[in-house]
Design a protein around this ligand. Structure first.
Ligand code: NAP
Length: 236
């Protein structure tokens, strides 16, 4: 990227796993990265790990479960930056732990959809004024194959429903924001070696981050509303 043309990206759940790898990859591509995390300690530690040379990475505390935290982040950002080029909704939970669709308690369903689906809706709404001021704004929702119609799994019911909803949110947001020139994508990172994916997963966090980073740079309005894996559009 040419000097002075630095773009700004905000990543949720940037302190570990795929989110951290997305931050690292965007920094390498010349973005100014706003790494967000719900824990200030973990977020600051991640920023310290990424801050080398001319990298520009900053930290904001953001809990996707809290409207107050989302609003605070939006207010702070509007003071810090003039526009936001990329929003990556990466933060997520995978809390089913053996519950099936036949046993999942309401509390579990609400909790997972609250973080994985409704958090991204509220964050997009809050950051719209800053996104609208960018030249080619892009929103990337980190979804999952478990949210695809042929990938729903009864052994992770709340997670599957939350990612199915996130895919629906991607379609609705893309429709609502096309006239404002804002592109919205969903993507699956594959099965990735993180705290969530476990150590047997075949992909590194960097491999899992690749499509999100590619969409942040190359995603077009013509492809807005689509679901991607390995840089290719996939059926929902
Ligand atoms: P991970 O290692 O468990 O990391 C999850 C991240 O989300 C952590 O930074 C966590 O913060 C954050 N988070 C959770 N709840 C939050 C909240 N309320 N507010 C803010 N941050 C919150 O998981 P990962 O494997 O990197 O997953 C990243 C994304 O990829 C998720 O959306 C996941 O569903 C998706 N995905 C992963 C895989 C896989 O195989 N790993 C496959 C498909 C899709 P704390 O450190 O504070 O907990």
């Amino acid at each position: 990227m040419a000097p002075g043309s630095e773009k700004t990206a905000l990543v949720t759940g940037g302190n570990r796993g795929i989110g951290f790898a997305i931050c690292q990859g965007l920094l390498a591509q010349g973005f100014h990265v706003i790494l967000t995390a719900r824990s200030p300690e973990k977020g600051q530690a991640a920023v310290a790990q990424l801050s080398t040379g001319s990298n520009t990475v900053s930290f904001l505390q953001l809990d996707m479960d809290s409207d107050a935290s989302i609003e605070k982040t939006a207010t702070q950002l509007s003071q810090d930056i003039s526009n936001l080029d990329v929003l990556i909704n990466n933060a997520g939970i995978y809390p089913d732990n053996g519950a099936s669709i036949l046993t999942a308690p309401r509390e579990l369903l609400i909790r997972t959809l609250n973080t994985n689906s409704f958090g991204p809706v509220k964050l997009i709404q809050a950051l719209l004024p800053l996104l609208e001021k960018a030249d080619n704004p892009r929103i990337i929702n980190v979804s999952s194959g478990n949210g695809q119609l042929d990938g729903l799994s009864t052994s992770v019911p709340s997670y599957s429903l939350s990612k199915l909803a996130l895919n629906g949110i991607t379609i609705l947001m893309a429709d609502a924001l096309r006239s404002r020139n804002i592109a919205v994508f969903a993507m699956c990172p594959g099965w990735v070696r993180t705290d969530m994916g476990g150590q047997s997963a075949p992909r590194s966090p960097e491999q899992g981050a690749d499509t999100a980073i590619w969409l942040a740079i190359e995603g077009t309005l013509a492809d807005s509303g689509k679901f991607f894996r390995d840089r290719q559009p996939q059926p929902f």
